[in-house]
Design a binder for this molecule. Structure first.
Ligand code: S3P
Length: 178
């Protein structure tokens, strides 16, 4: 049975950290962000990790962190990096860790949110729109396969998104008690 955490997955710019913090406040849960934890432990930014150690090393660290969270954490809202659900072993770990919610936004919304961004190594350089579209199409089936629930965020207020997730979580809780 999965643990009592809510894990937010989704594309870069889908609002995982922003919504995660607000949701944590509403539920009085602790907020964790896997990118932040990895940066703190490495003592460098994700951009530096990609540049100095490579993406494969970053992905290994993500998997190790997930395994550790399963052992240690409960009653947390956990925002994950956009690539977290892609490794098959991670997708299985996410389900063990708790209720997995995909925050979905269209590529157009994502592009609008990330147009000034310089922090995501995978979207640097020219043709951001092409990169977002290609990655989104490649990843979407993996995201939905890893998720217990999909919450669309386009044109919704934070308040209604949080309410939606809280309702899903309460329903899960009732099922868990049966
Ligand atoms: C990544 C998303 C980033 C970060 C890294 C790789 C991805 O996190 O983990 O740059 O592969 O989509 P956010 O989704 O928080 O931007």
């Amino acid at each position: 049975m999965s643990k009592e955490n809510i894990i937010l997955i989704g594309f870069m710019g889908s609002g995982k950290s922003t919504i995660g913090k607000k949701l944590a406040r509403a539920l009085e849960y602790r907020f964790l962000d896997t990118d932040e934890l990895i940066e703190e432990r490495a003592g460098k930014t994700i951009t530096q990790i990609f540049a100095e150690d490579g993406e494969a090393a970053f992905r290994r660290t993500e998997t190790e962190l997930l395994e550790e969270l399963i052992q240690n954490e409960t009653h947390c809202i956990i925002a994950t990096g956009g690539g977290m659900p892609l490794r098959p072993e991670n997708a299985a770990c996410l389900k063990k860790l708790g209720m997995v919610v995909l925050l979905n936004a269209t590529p157009e919304t994502i592009l609008e949110r990330l147009k000034e961004d310089t922090q995501r190594p995978l979207l640097q350089g020219d043709n951001k729109a092409e990169k977002v579209n290609a990655l989104y199409n490649e990843r979407f089936p993996k995201y939905t396969a890893a998720a217990d629930y999909v919450v669309n965020t386009d044109d919704k207020t934070f308040y209604s998104i949080i309410n939606e997730i809280e309702t899903l979580y309460k329903e899960e809780g009732k099922r868990r008690e049966k």
